[in-house]
Design a binder for this molecule. Sequence first.
Ligand SMILES: C[S@@+](CC[C@H](N)C(=O)[O-])C[C@H]1O[C@@H](n2cnc3c(N)ncnc32)[C@H](O)[C@@H]1O
Length: 220
Amino acid sequence: MATDDRSTTRAFYDRISDAYDLIAESGEHAAREAGLAKLNVHPGEQVLEVGFGTGHSLVALAKAVGSTGHVTGVDISQGMCDVAERRVNAENVNQQVELIVTAVPPLPFDDRLFDAVSMSFTLELFPLDEIPAVLAEVRRVLRPGGRLSIVSMATTREGEHDSVLERTYKWMHQHFPHFVDCQPIDAAGFVRNSGFVDVNETRLEIWTMPVAVINASRSS
Ligand SMILES: C[S@@+](CC[C@H](N)C(=O)[O-])C[C@H]1O[C@@H](n2cnc3c(N)ncnc32)[C@H](O)[C@@H]1O
């Protein structure tokens, strides 16, 4: 993402942070939960969330890792971080959670640090030519055998019914990228091409828009 695009993204999410749940939560909640279920986090694990938004998954992940584990979140927006921090404090899981405001990529961590990485409705915000760099960073910070979960707006596949919403998003992103910042992607294809193994994909829908729930692993 060019520096200007990052500033635009940061400013956009700062501006909508207080309203984000009103706009997105009803549609995205079920898919996000499906991603967390597939990630199957255990007590004691070290988990990273990239693009933690308003912090719903951070809370669920913190409860899953328990007092012996740890959850680290990175997000570009201080506004989203403020909302997430309030949620983490209200749910009393702040001991297990660390929040870092930074633009990805890169990821500011050593190699092989995390047991699991979660990303929901975030990979599709990156320009297509930057997604491999994001996934390479995710792979680098996962330990061998570590798990990845991605929930993403998806391109329609042959055999799936046509989604006007999916086509609209693509068109809007192409013509007004600062207004519609995301685009449906073939996330499973990107994950496979980035060297992850055991790639598994489940398809859901939000208002006819296909959504991919993907889990994969870093090979040992
Ligand atoms: C659509 S929201 C999804 C939030 C959350 N994962 C969820 O499912 O509700 C995308 C999030 O990614 C963050 N984000 C966008 N671009 C980013 C980047 N380059 N680096 C880090 N975070 C980014 C935004 O600030 C926002 O909080």
